[in-house]
Design a protein around this ligand. Structure first.
Ligand code: GTP
Length: 546
């Protein structure tokens, strides 16, 4: 039955009011189609979404204007990737106005300069008009037909343009920001993120019909191929980013190899896009996308369980994307309202994903920074960390008018231990000593491996007396916990900022180091304060340090 268009409405979905005709061979011309009696009402479940099909599809609908004024209406088909789309509309002289467009014809074939297909429909007062559409496409023929009053279409489009501007603006800012970050930091993960975000963002822009309108309006062939190329690139770079970010080559060699094979497949699809048609390639690529997504989530999950902190943001990011897809699914099944967020759940989720991946990169930089300040063997802060921490703590103590002390500790006769028991056992001793030191200090004290078998301990808010007490308890702690190991002992030199002659950080370190030498000279396994002539433990004197 004709759709009444004289009532007051802003927009109407046309889906339930059309009849369709499948032209399997694609040979019918307009007159033959118009004469055909094989038109059937569109099935309510799918409407005019015909999916992947080799047929051409004819769509017919009748609009009835019972009012006294002419009605000018806008027909919008809002899936922009239809290859060929034609309209036949009755004109006022009894003939037909024919528009032949689609994304396989130059952009200029459109009546309206817009990423979707928009046609003007004229229904004079007190009349009925029947319109015909013909669609054919290598990809899915998913016609989403909407009828608008002109003012309503203007309103809808301006809202959408704002949303798209915000969406792609977000992508652009992320890409620019990370570009500059990469220029400074030179982390390869940032580089792959850049490529991933760029190809992914452009892929969506192709999907929305925006690149065809704004970037390559005269290249319909490339406009179609670009979707495949960008999807393949997004898969390659997404995997490359994930592998670099999580460092999967090291701890997940099998999954990492699988990732490389999938990258090769995506690259093959990319090359094939120059020879094979869109229709042949899009379905395998869609399948590959699902597999890649599952693999990335699997790798992130393992990274998370291995305790790699940046993997938390990484997984949150992918969770956002999945939440977006889920929101869209729930909308399709009527469990969530239809609005711009749910309708575009995939796209919204993808931007949130990119934002969180950018955060994950920041978290990774923090982790790299932490690693560069940690000794890999003993897991205590290293020399670099010490060189940064001591001046800062010293300055803080000076400003607060408090004392700060420094211990320099060295394992006794470690060379001999190494020579006797081997380097591996020596490493274990280093770890053990580091653990003892760490366990024996107060909160806020900093144990560092200064180098070799030498450790430092920064003791904020400690005067010489307190520092001696802590040093002595550390010495005893090492001695007792390693008594079964051929007796490992340490010698410790102590200096405090309140000691005479300590003007700055360098004085403090020199004094503690000199005290350590004295401890070695006095027989090892003892604590010596730089100011006092001798504060010996009860260990017997030994020959001088070599
Ligand atoms: N196993 C192991 N040994 C190390 C490491 N770093 C340094 N060493 C060893 O530590 C030893 C330090 O020897 P020396 O500096 O001669 O001092 P020492 O033998 O401890 O003698 P004193 O300090 O005079 O008591 C050398 O044999 C180094 O090879 C390490 O990371 N692992």
């Amino acid at each position: 039955s004709p759709l009444k268009v004289d009532a007051d409405f802003a927009s109407l979905p046309l889906g339930g009011h059309v009849e369709v005709l499948e032209d399997k061979a694609g040979t019918l011309d307009f007159d033959a189609a118009r004469a055909s009696d094989a038109f059937k009402p569109a099935p309510p479940a799918v409407g005019t979404n015909f999916g992947f099909t080799h047929s051409s599809w004819w769509v017919r609908f009748t609009l009835a204007n019972g009012g006294d004024v002419d009605r000018e209406l806008m027909l919008r088909e809002d899936y922009p990737l239809i290859d060929y789309l034609e309209l036949w509309a009755p004109d006022r002289s009894g003939g037909w106005r024919h528009v032949a467009t689609g994304d396989r014809t130059p952009f200029a074939t459109r009546e309206f300069v817009h990423r979707d297909f928009i046609f003007e429909l004229d229904v004079p007062a007190r009349s009925e008009r029947t319109f015909y559409l013909r669609a054919h496409s290598d990809g899915p023929v998913d016609l989403n037909l909407l009828l608008y009053r002109p003012h309503a279409l203007v309103g809808a489009i301006s809202t959408e343009q704002l949303a798209y501007g915000a969406y792609y603006g977000g992508f652009l800012v992320l890409v620019l920001y990370n570009f500059f970050l990469f220029a400074i930091v030179r982390d390869r993960a940032i580089f792959y993120y850049l490529l991933y975000a760029s190809s992914y963002g452009l892929y969506f822009a192709v999907h929305n019909g925006l690149t065809f309108q704004f970037l390559w309006p005269d290249s319909p062939h490339w406009a179609n191929q670009a979707l495949l190329v960008l999807l393949a690139l997004a898969l390659v770079f997404g995997l490359q980013f994930t592998r670099t970010f999580l460092g999967t080559g090291g701890f997940l060699p099998r999954l990492d190899k699988l990732a490389v094979s999938l990258q090769v497949l995506a690259l093959l699809a990319l090359v094939a896009s120059f020879f094979a048609s869109y229709g042949v390639l899009i379905q395998p690529l869609a399948l590959l996308t699902v597999v890649v997504t599952l693999l990335i989530i699997a790798m992130g999950t393992v990274g998370l369980f291995k305790g790699y902190r940046p993997a938390r943001y990484f997984m949150l990011a992918w969770g956002m994307l999945l939440a977006g897809v889920l929101a869209y699914m729930l909308k399709v099944f009527g469990l969530l309202p239809h609005n711009m967020l749910t309708q575009n759940g995939f796209q919204v989720g993808s931007l949130l994903e990119m934002v969180l991946l950018s955060l994950a990169l920041a978290s990774r930089l923090r982790e790299l920074r932490r690693q560069s300040r940690t000794d890999t063997l003993t897991k205590v802060p290293n020399r670099r960390s010490f060189d940064e921490t001591l001046p800062a703590e010293f300055e803080r103590a000076r400003r607060g008018g408090s004392a700060i002390a420094l211990l320099v500790a060295d394992i006794d006769h470690f060379k001999q231990f190494n020579d006797t028991h081997g380097h591996a056992r020596g490493d274990e001793v280093l770890k053990l000593v580091a653990d003892r030191l760490r366990a024996g200090v107060r909160r806020g004290d900093a144990v560092c491996r200064f180098g070799g078998e030498e450790f430092t301990v920064i003791l904020p808010d400690a005067d010489a007396r307190e520092a001696m007490r802590i040093a002595e308890s550390l010495r005893r702690g090492v001695e007792t916990s390693t008594s079964g190991d051929g007796s490992i002992t340490i010698s410790v030199g102590v200096a405090c900022s309140q000691d005479a002659g300590i003007g700055g950080v360098d004085d403090l370190f020199r004094a503690a180091d000199a005290a350590l030498y004295r401890a070695k000279d006095l027989g090892r396994n003892r604590v010596v304060h730089q100011g006092t002539p001798q504060v010996a433990t009860d260990a017997g004197a030994e020959p001088s340090r070599a």
